[in-house]
Design a protein around this ligand. Structure first.
Ligand SMILES: *[C@@H]1O[C@H](CO)[C@@H](O)[C@H](O)[C@H]1NC(C)=O
Ligand SMILES: *[C@@H]1O[C@H](CO)[C@@H](O)[C@H](O)[C@H]1NC(C)=O
Ligand SMILES: *[C@@H]1O[C@H](CO)[C@@H](O)[C@H](O)[C@H]1NC(C)=O
Length: 490
């Protein structure tokens, strides 16, 4: 016998002995149990087991119910849709967005839905905050917010809607009210501003008129208030009936792509006043508080003229320059002496007068070449023809008043804001735009991804990014086609 076989045999003996002992012990226990009434013992154990099972099932069911509750709460949280006003509650914005022309007929033309104004909106803070601040969803922090400087005089409920549509704790809203605005409107604006720390209201200033008198001053006063607020890197200059068409996150992204370039309309000069009667060099305009720090040639150079809408986007650095580095008082006063359209020269002229060194500026070179550069802050449809050229068949001061027919354009144009939407004319376009932005912000819907290449390749953006490079040459023709040539409405 080898060593290993004997070892195996030994192991076998030990294992047999072990199992034998175990069997013996079991047998003894079994027979002793039977002595004490095995049947009762078994049914008692079974009863205990059943009982335990019931209890566990009850706990599991309770947990299931709790879990279902939590699940439905979460679902509810994310599926909370936009709350529309009652007069537009039945409008299916999604169907219009998808291009259903038959359906569009039922809410346009004779069927157009004007806003039914609430004669007495609840202006308590809790009511105002409930209407403006999202409470069913959470806003994520922004890298950079936006400051809005808006001149208003009417349609409180629209103004409140505009704040709601762009609301973010990091965004700031400044309002300048026309002195001639109704007292009721002023009181409503005061009540809103009193409730929200990021809503600023300027004290009553000068009267503002449709010829643009004091418009620039009102905007500048707002910028002065806003520059003290942290958290934003672009300021938008707006009028009463401009509706933002990009969500807070989209604005953040577009402004990141602009990268510090201002976005201002730059058209050839329009004779707004007899400019020759005034002096337009920084020295005469007393623009630089400390002239000893400024080059003689700059002080004596005449400002270049360009015309553009008052709406625009200014980088924070530009706003800082306008409100803290230079004194624009005389410059503003001088423009204000014109008769009409007097607000359309100030920002555009600063923007093309590169020698002034306003951050984010452009140059007058493209205008000299007879080329108008793209501008994306404002969409407006000019119409010097018949009203029928407007999709809504309605115009005012040669501008189409926008109706629900424009929703697809609102959703797809690269412009940040549309001018103009009037609640007494068509409230569906306002509500559907608000719903569109709500869906993009809170429901993760991405109906039209931003055109990154468009923004990044704007002539003004490329100029801002590269003009200090030694080999830079300005090309006034962008490589894309401007939104101005796109078909309207879609
Ligand atoms: C917004 O989202 C809701 C829910 O998905 C949808 O029914 C509606 O049509 C959407 N509206 C717009 C304008 O996209
Ligand atoms: C700006 O200039 C105006 C006119 O010259 C002057 O009255 C005003 O005090 C100046 N403002 C500041 C802040 O220096
Ligand atoms: C300009 O010069 C930079 C380097 O300084 C170079 O990277 C760039 O490609 C040049 N651009 C052109 C248009 O020549």
């Amino acid at each position: 016998m080898s060593r290993s076989t004997s070892k195996k045999l030994q192991k076998f003996t030990w294992v047999t002995m072990f199992f034998g002992t175990v069997l013996l012990v079991y047998y003894l226990m079994f027979s002793s149990k039977s002595l004490f009434g095995r049947n009762e013992q078994n049914s008692y154990a079974l009863y205990n087991l059943r009982n335990e099972n019931y209890q566990r099932e009850a706990i599991i069911n309770e947990l299931r119910r709790d879990f279902a509750k939590i699940e439905s709460k979460i679902e509810h949280f994310y599926s909370k849709t936009y709350r529309r006003r009652s007069e537009t509650a039945h409008v299916d914005c999604g169907r219009i967005l998808s291009g259903d022309k038959d359906y569009l007929q039922t809410v346009s033309g004779e069927n157009r839905i004007p806003m039914v104004e609430n004669p007495n909106p609840d202006m308590s803070c809790s009511a105002v905050m409930d209407r403006i601040i999202p409470h069913d969803h959470i806003l994520r922090p922004l890298k950079n917010g936006v400051a809005f400087a808006r001149i208003v005089y009417k349609d409180y409920e629209l103004v409140e809607k505009q704040v709601q549509m762009s609301y973010h704790p990091q965004n700031s809203f400044c309002f300048a009210i026309d002195k001639k605005a109704p007292t009721r409107f002023k009181n409503q604006m005061r009540a809103m501003a009193a409730c929200l720390p990021n809503v600023l209201l300027l004290p009553d200033q000068e009267p503002i008129d449709s010829n643009g008198h004091n418009v620039n001053l009102a905007h500048l006063n707002c910028l002065r208030a806003l520059i003290n607020k942290p958290g934003w890197n672009y300021a938008m200059l707006l009028q009463n009936h401009d509706l933002l068409t990009k969500s807070v996150y989209e604005l953040e992204q577009v402004y990141e792509w602009l990268g510090g370039a201002n976005d201002v309309e730059l058209l050839p000069e329009a004779q707004r006043l007899d400019e020759e009667n005034f002096k337009w060099d920084p020295r005469s305009l007393k623009m630089f508080p400390d002239e000893s720090k400024v080059d003689e040639t700059i002080l004596n150079e005449k400002i270049k003229f360009s015309k553009g809408g008052v709406q625009g986007s200014m980088s924070r650095a530009a706003v800082d320059w306008m409100t803290r580095k230079v004194n624009l008082s005389t410059y503003i006063d001088q423009w204000n002496q014109g008769r009409w359209g007097v607000d359309e020269m100030l920002i555009s002229s600063l923007q093309i007068s590169a020698f002034l060194g306003m951050p984010g500026h452009f140059t007058d070179q493209c205008l000299k070449e007879g080329k108008v550069t793209d501008f994306i802050t404002r969409m407006v449809q000019w119409n010097f023809e018949d009203e029928s050229y407007c999709a809504s068949k309605y115009k005012r001061h040669n501008v189409c008043i926008l109706g629900i027919e424009y929703l697809r354009s609102v959703a797809s144009f690269p412009t940040l804001m549309f001018n103009k939407m009037l609640p007494p004319f068509d409230n569906s376009i306002i509500e559907c735009t608000a719903e569109l932005l709500y869906n993009r912000t809170f429901m993760g819907q991405n109906d039209h991804p931003l055109e990154e290449e468009y923004y990044k390749n704007m002539v003004t953006v490329l100029y801002h990014k590269h003009h200090k490079e030694h080999n830079y040459t300005l090309n006034c023709d962008p490589k894309y086609t401007s939104w101005q040539t796109r078909q309207l409405p879609l």
